[in-house]
Design a binder for this molecule. Sequence first.
Ligand SMILES: [Zn+2]
Length: 213
Amino acid sequence: MASRRLLCLVALCTIGNALLAPTVHRCSLTNCRAKSGGFGATTNKAPSKKTKAKAFTKKQAQLEADRIEKAPARCPCHPGLEYQKCCAPCHAKTTTAATPEALLRSRYAAFSLELPSYLAATTHPLHDDFDKDTVAWVQRLAKGLDASYFEGLRVLAQESLGENEHEITFEADVRPKDSPEGAGVTLHERSRFMREDGVWFYREGLDVSSKKR
Ligand SMILES: [Zn+2]
């Protein structure tokens, strides 16, 4: 359901992400010694790219776990369903989506709850947005997700294209947080899903359009 259109929309309103802010280093005795070069200190090297990526992944995992735990009682994908019994198990990675519709719903809910790691993990490697550098991809996704309200999802039609391929047509109501009240849009998309080794992935968005509401 992460149509490129939808991704573009949420990316429009980029708000500074605290996760990407420079780390504040407290002045420890070791640091001070290293800076002064005294006490036979080793060189005070800047953290490597790998170290930074590891730190981001750990921090992001904790952030998303907190969001799952503190999510509203009602699932963002359907007001009649309890989140903890609906999309939470997928988000917490205790299970995978049993059907393409469950995957669509869980991805919509992940947009709403700002869970970029889940969106990346459920995107098929053949999707145009797929990036092997998961850390960089999740960082990009995280920047735009807090820019919109996700106000409703409606599954309009679906069709099996075989055991491992499926299409769903849906509408999603989205409203940028900085837009005047009521100035939301309805996104319309036909999504294709593919199953690999028993796991469903979002493959691509087809017939993507949007209209003001
Ligand atoms: Zn749900």
